[in-house]
Design a binder for this molecule. Structure first.
Ligand SMILES: N[C@@H](CCC(=O)N[C@@H](CS)C(=O)NCC(=O)O)C(=O)O
Length: 210
């Protein structure tokens, strides 16, 4: 199987780069310069019409959307490495639920927060009450994640898995956007375990919000 990842430093592609390192997958990685508009060039738009990273090209077919790439890596490479539950198991359902929750539900609130207060968004579009509401909802969401992590060290039980990598990546990014994890001791313990992993340390070296 040939794999080629289009990525950019400290971007939505970072969790994919981390997963490739965690799984020990040999993959060509092409780093685009987003500021120079490389993701908007016709050659790249032919691969990903949305003009964003990441895109993983699998035997010539592009796969985009970070959460789909990560779930696909779990399905195709994670099971044999003990990092993703096998198809047909209850744990697979748990893994799909939490990883999609992170990108779709929690991620939607992070986007609201960013659009309403980020310095990267035109100040005329900022909306302080909306940002405050998003922060409150994100804190409540972290409370529900904390309750899950109170029952076991990791999302799927005693062992670290790609499900932790996916959800912890999104939660880590949210902290760069102003979300605080204080008051959620289980989330903080679990995030520290993620941040201690070599795959995280090598790929998120100079992290900052993007
Ligand atoms: N929902 C997409 C979002 C991808 C996205 O917005 N990526 C940004 C980088 S964080 C990007 O490539 N922007 C293109 C640009 O700035 O030209 C995903 O998760 O894959």
């Amino acid at each position: 199987m040939s794999l080629k990842l289009f990525a950019a430093p400290m971007s939505s592609a970072s969790p994919v780069v981390t997963a490739l390192a965690e799984l020990g997958i040999d993959c060509e990685i092409v780093m685009l310069d987003l500021a120079a508009g490389e993701a908007k060039q016709p050659a790249y738009l032919a691969i990903n019409p949305h003009g964003v990273v990441p895109t993983l090209v699998v035997d010539g077919t592009p796969l985009f959307e970070t959460v789909e790439i990560l779930q696909w890596l779990g399905d195709t490479h994670g099971v044999e490495r003990g990092l993703w539950p096998a198809a047909g198991t209850p744990e697979r359902l748990v893994a799909l639920s939490w990883t999609s929750w992170a990108y779709v539900s929690y991620g939607m609130l992070v986007n609201v927060l960013n659009f309403s207060q980020s310095p990267r968004v035109d100040a005329s579009l900022h909306h302080a009450p909306l940002a405050a509401d998003a922060l409150q909802r994100l804190d409540a969401a972290l409370g529900r994640l904390d309750a899950r992590l109170a029952t076991s060290p990791f999302l799927l039980g005693d062992a670290y898995s790609l499900a932790d990598l996916v959800v912890a990546s999104v939660v880590t990014y949210s902290t760069y956007c102003g979300v605080t994890t204080s008051g959620h001791a289980n989330v903080e313990r679990w995030l520290a375990a993620f941040h201690a992993r070599p795959a995280f340390r090598t790929t998120w070296g100079n992290a900052e919000a993007s």
